[in-house]
Every structure is written in structure tokens, then in C-alpha cells.
Design a protein around this ligand. Structure first.
Ligand SMILES: O=C(O)CCC(=O)C(=O)O
Ligand SMILES: [Mn+2]
Length: 194
């Protein structure tokens, strides 16, 4: 399904993986990925990232994110399964993936764009969600929040694609929620230009 927002190119496939397959992938990733809680420095102050992360990709890939430089860990069997399932749809060969583990409703990702210079001019991002459903909020950079914003529920097994000028014009976040919800894994497949 195409999400018709100005200055953006966004598509959602709600059932890219069927429920059981998605939950199996969730369980395998939860056990096999070497999750870490990174620290970030922001205006000189150090704090813990409010989620667990892991960065994987082709050999030698490195990525700097909020002042953290990460060396890619190798692809695992389940990461390659997911990557190969989305590449024909996106018509892109990804060379890396940033994986986030949201332990509960307190874990989140703050407003940002995926516009790091390593991603090139118009990044293609393939984002797979497994486990608990979370709200994915979008806000146009040059309008006030309530004038041009949008929200997509990212459910278990969904695939979200962002491309074109989306990252130039829009910010996105996964807000905290007070609802008692289970864990969620999100994988954002990326192309790093080196
Ligand atoms: O968890 C999500 O759906 C989004 C994650 C995200 O925006 C990112 O890792 O850059
Ligand atoms: Mn992002």
C-alpha cells in the first residue's frame, strides 16, 4: 500500500511475513543476535540508548550513528532469510542492517531522519517489524507537527519502505507507550556507500 504523503515515497506491506513465520523469526533473532545497549553522548552528556541494538552487514562495513561508530557483525542465517525476502520487492541489494530491540513500551526511538552521509543522497530503507505492534510517527520537517504529520501502525510481519526524498523532508519516531505491551524487533536494511 502506498502512503500518499507530500515530498515522500513510502510503502507498507502489512503481511510481508505471515504471523507464525514472523514470530519464529522474532524468537530466533531474540536468541541469536548479540544485543547491546549502547551509550550516546549528547551535548557532552552520556546516556543509554533507550533500546537494544545490533549492526550487521558485509565485511568491513562501518557506520557512525549519534556519535557511536559500529563495525558490522556478520550476517546470520535469519538475517539473510529476511534480507533475501525483501530484496526482490525493493529491487535493491542491501549491504547492512541496523536492528533494534524494544524490550517494552518504554523503549523508543526519538525523532530523526535516516540521513547519515554514508547512506548517500536518497536512501532506500527497508524496515521489517516483528513482535508487538508499535506506532510509527512521521512529521514533515518544514511544517509544525500538527499541520503535517502521519501515523502508521507497524504490525508483526510488516515491511515498510522509505525511498526518494523521504529522509530529506520527514522525521520519524517510535514513541514510548504506557500500554503494557510485549517486545518488538525492527530491522532497517540499508545501503552504505563506501
Ligand atoms: O523501529 C522502527 O520502526 C524504526 C527504527 C528506526 O527508525 C531506525 O532504526 O532508524
Ligand atoms: Mn530511522
Amino acid at each position: 500500500m502506498n502512503i500518499p504523503l507530500p515530498d515522500a515515497q513510502i510503502q507498507v506491506f502489512e503481511n510481508h511475513f505471515e504471523e507464525q513465520q514472523a514470530l519464529q523469526l522474532f524468537n530466533r533473532l531474540e536468541s541469536n543476535i548479540p544485543w547491546v545497549q549502547n551509550k550516546i553522548r549528547f551535548y557532552g552528556k552520556e546516556s543509554l540508548v533507550p533500546r537494544l541494538e545490533s549492526w550487521h552487514g558485509d565485511e568491513g562495513m562501518s557506520y557512525t550513528y549519534s556519535g557511536i561508530s559500529m563495525q558490522a557483525k556478520p550476517w546470520t542465517e535469519e538475517l539473510l532469510e529476511i534480507k533475501h525476502s525483501i530484496e526482490p520487492i525493493v529491487e535493491t541489494t542491501f549491504n547492512s542492517v541496523l536492528i533494534n530491540f524494544y524490550r517494552d513500551g518504554k523503549d523508543r526511538v526519538a525523532w530523526h531522519s535516516d540521513d547519515e552521509k554514508e547512506l548517500g543522497e536518497n536512501p532506500v530503507i527497508g524496515s521489517v517489524s516483528l513482535g508487538a505492534e508499535r506506532r510509527f510517527k512521521l512529521r514533515h520537517k518544514r511544517y509544525k507537527e500538527n499541520q503535517l504529520s502521519h501515523e502508521i501502525m507497524l504490525n508483526n510481519g510488516s515491511l515498510l519502505l522509505m525511498s526518494g526524498t523521504t529522509q530529506h523532508n520527514w522525521l520519524h519516531e517510535i514513541p514510548r507507550t504506557a500500554k503494557p505491551i510485549g517486545p518488538r524487533i525492527n530491522l532497517t536494511f540499508r545501503v552504505i556507500k563506501q
